[in-house]
Design a protein. Structure first.
Length: 546
């Protein structure tokens, strides 16, 4: 290569510098557009938790744009240098390239640029007028029904709406600009797809936020207008479903949004048909939960309704059967929902049911303790061995029955400890709550006490106890002397009490007997120890004290 042939003119240098300036301007514009898009994305609360990831993508994109611009600049310098070595006039070569472009292209480009400038001014004008209008609507929404609970949600909704509308206007501006410029139609179509996907995502986000505001508002209004009606009790019971309703609607909106967005992209559009299936599954789960709450409410209203004609035994039976009915209903609904979900997925449930039956048989043979618990629980319920509220004693614990489940029984002992025992392991059950029970109290008196007088005082105290306590069915009976102790005579008494109330009756009787004996001068002896010392020990103690 002859280096003497390399003699660029000032004109060639100026053209090369102009091309480099154009590349730099393109870099600045692309970097500004990318920064604008990422700033708008960062304004969404959904993307704020991914701020670090967005910043990383932004830096990588900026580096990529810079790399492309550097490659283009290097290519421009290299190509122009080659033209100079070939003694080709760069200006003439560039003009020849421009002459090859039809005149209509430049006319369309000029008109497009003018129209783009006009659209830019229109976009700025619309955005400027949009802000006060949105603020006015926001204040009107906050003033509706004077509900303050959702003011923060309303403000967040309108702030997001403002960002979405501004971004949508600018994306629409860019898409229209691509159509106005003499560019390949694929470029404009790409921007149009981006615009549609963004509008779908933005609309879904707004609908999800609107659902939160609407559900909160309806909840507040319902609480306000149902307090003075008979519906208040029902609404309070079902109010726990309000958050579930809001989440379900949000999930449906998100799935719909994702399906519509995927359908806009050709190479993944085939996955969009899964959206309606997912929505059906979400609906099945939601209505299953609602049905469970309704069944629980109906069970409480029907089975636990206070009726004067119900005996205590019937009321205990209802207390026992209500949780069991709720559990059976819940599991039946879950099983039905599972089958509906399988059918929604176009899965034949007949083989699955047959397989479940076979597996159940195998599991039943290998899980005999579980079967034993279930059968024992059924016999406990059907034979009324004990009910909720009964005081029972088993080989492992004693206490009040709090719940009888399909497999277990829960006892609360007098110390407050909860015992959970398998129904199949319960044996030698003693029920203190069937018909009546005796409160057994043994009390000691001195050997020189007048037993006839003591018996009379005990029986008199027992009559007073019956008059003051509703738990006593018959007055206290003295059955006689139970034992000759070292320092006392042990008297055995029984008091017929209501089922499960023997402990309380015994406590009260002991208290009343203590007061009565002190009043009558009857001694309740207690163990005493007499220490006898020999003379040497006495002498040692006296010497030590001196």
């Amino acid at each position: 290569m002859d280096l003497n042939a390399f003699s660029p003119s000032y004109q060639d240098i100026a053209i090369i510098i102009s091309e480099l300036v154009l590349i730099m301007v393109a870099f600045v514009v692309l970097n500004y557009v990318a920064g604008f898009v990422f700033n708008k994305l960062g304004a969404f609360s959904f993307f704020q938790k991914y701020e670090a990831a967005l910043n990383l993508i932004r830096r990588n994109l900026k580096g990529l744009i810079l790399l492309v611009c550097l490659v283009l600049a290097l290519a421009s310098i290299t190509f122009n240098t080659y033209l100079i070595f070939q003694n080709t006039d760069i200006l003439e070569y560039s003009l020849a390239l421009l002459d090859a472009v039809p005149l209509s292209f430049w006319v369309n480009l000029s008109l497009g640029l003018v129209e783009i400038m006009a659209l830019f001014l229109v976009a700025r004008f619309v955005i400027a007028k949009l802000k006060p209008l949105l603020f006015k609507w926001q204040e009107q929404a906050k003033a509706y029904e004077q509900i303050n609970a959702n003011n923060e949600s309303i403000e967040l909704f309108f702030a997001t709406l403002k960002n979405i509308l501004e971004t949508s206007i600018w994306l629409l501006f860019l898409t229209t600009a691509m159509w106005l410029l003499p560019l390949p139609s694929s470029v404009a179509n790409l921007f149009f797809i981006i615009l549609k996907v963004y509008l779908i995502i933005a609309a879904g986000r707004l609908l999800a936020m609107a659902v939160t505001v609407i559900v909160t508002t309806i909840d507040e209004l319902a609480q306000r207008y149902t307090q003075s009606s008979n519906l208040a009790e029902f609404y309070d019971r079902l109010r726990s479903l309000i958050p579930l309703l809001a989440r379900t609607l949000e999930y449906i909106i998100y799935v719909t949004m994702a399906s519509l967005a995927i359908s806009q992209v050709t190479f993944i559009a085939s996955f969009a048909h899964y959206g309606p299936i997912a929505i059906q599954i979400i609906g099945i789960i939601f209505f299953s939960r609602v049905l469970i709450e309704v069944i629980n409410l109906v069970a409480d209203k029907v089975l636990l309704k206070r009726d004067k004609n119900l005996s205590d035994l019937q009321w205990q039976q209802r207390l026992t059967l209500t949780p069991l009915a709720k559990s059976l209903g819940k599991y039946a609904i879950y099983f039905g929902a599972f089958l509906l979900i399988l059918r929604t997925l176009d899965i034949n449930t007949t083989p699955i049911l047959a397989a479940i039956g076979g597996i159940g048989l195998i599991v039943g043979l290998g899980a005999q303790p579980v079967i034993s618990d279930l059968v024992s629980g059924a016999f406990i319920l059907f034979e009324n061995i004990y009910l909720v509220g009964d005081y029972v004693e088993t080989g492992e614990a004693a206490g009040i029955v709090e719940a009888i489940d399909v497999r277990t029984t829960r006892l609360r002992d007098p110390d407050g400890q909860l015992h959970i025992m398998r129904n199949g392991q319960l044996g030698n059950i003693v029920n203190f709550s069937k018909g009546y029970i005796y409160a057994v109290v043994e009390i000691g008196v001195a050997y020189d006490a007048d037993l006839d007088r003591v018996f009379a005082i005990i029986e008199e105290t027992g009559h007073k106890l019956q008059q003051t306590s509703d738990d006593v069915l018959e007055p206290t009976e003295v059955e006689g002397l139970a034992d000759f102790g070292e320092s006392r005579l042990l008297i055995h008494t029984i008091t017929k009490a209501k089922p499960g109330r023997h402990r309380e009756v015994g406590y009260e009787l002991r208290k009343m007997l203590k007061v009565a004996f002190e009043r009558e001068g009857i001694e309740i002896p207690f163990a005493q120890r007499v220490l006898t010392l020999n003379p040497k020990a006495k002498h040692a103690i006296n010497h030590f004290q001196q």
